[in-house]
Design a protein. Structure first.
Length: 259
């Protein structure tokens, strides 16, 4: 057989190798994501386990203050675990088109204050400065999902900034709704990472040493999208981040597309 007759086989082998690599990569992605979620769940579980074992073994020799301190750390780890589980469950519903709105009229100022208060309880030493002006008495939306979106943004602001730095929350009425801005003085986001932040499981290069699943912002964006609103991010690496949640006063799309 001449060399010319054998030459077409080489591209066929190369194509087969490329397809095999693509299939292997596609198969590995879900496994990588499961491993990431398992790691993030294990971190608070390990903290709870270690602290609880210390209480069981040494409680008789510990002061009341030491016991209270350990109990508080267990409580905070359990809150983190609960937050992770809720995010994973919400992502699962969103990714299968199963997240549906349950709209009702609610007071947006009360929702903002409640979300800030609850997040402040997770980090009592953190200054949270709230400035709310001119909001309508009520707007139409799903208050549970919208509060979850705001909590995600607040949690990120607290996680990625030093504990002594304040989180600033402002809310204003806009032409056809409201805008809530959450500003931190944290690590910021690189310009190259900004376009990918709404992708599920994406984590910025400077955020990978922090706990997290990479699901939060994509979930918050999806919740606001269902309401006909939006989520915008302004950031510069090393100079903090501002996230703006826009919520229409009445318009709700009710879209059921997957995340």
């Amino acid at each position: 057989m001449s060399p010319a007759s054998r030459s077409p086989k080489k591209p066929a082998k190369a194509a087969h190798s490329t397809v095999a690599r693509a299939r292997a990569k596609k198969t590995a992605q879900p496994l990588d994501r499961i491993a990431l979620l398992a790691h993030q769940l294990r971190t608070p579980l390990s903290a709870i386990n270690a602290l609880a074992q210390g209480l069981v073994r040494r409680s008789e020799r510990m002061s009341a203050e030491d016991i209270r301190s350990r109990a508080e750390r267990i409580w905070r780890a359990s809150l983190r675990l609960d937050e992770l589980v809720e995010t994973i469950m919400s992502y699962t519903r969103a990714s299968t088109g199963g997240m549906l709105l349950n709209p009702s009229e609610f007071n947006p100022e009360a929702l903002i204050n409640r979300a800030c208060r609850e997040q402040g309880n997770h980090d009592p030493g953190r200054p949270i400065k709230i400035d709310i002006r001119g909001l309508p008495e009520t707007i139409l939306g799903d208050p549970i999902l919208l509060e979850q979106a705001l909590v995600i943004v607040l949690s990120n602001a607290m996680k990625y900034s030093p504990p002594e730095r304040p989180i600033r929350v402002t809310a204003r009425a806009e032409k056809r709704g409201i805008a809530i801005r959450v500003k931190d003085e944290g690590i910021g986001i690189s310009e190259g990472d900004l376009p990918f932040l709404m992708q599920p499981f994406f984590r910025g290069r400077n955020a990978r040493d922090y706990p997290g699943t990479g699901l939060g912002l994509s979930l918050a964006w999806y919740i606001l999208k269902l309401h006909g609103g939006g989520l915008q991010i302004e950031s510069k690496e090393g100079h903090g981040t501002t996230v703006t949640l826009t919520i229409p006063e009445k318009n709700i799309t009710g879209a059921t597309g997957v995340l």
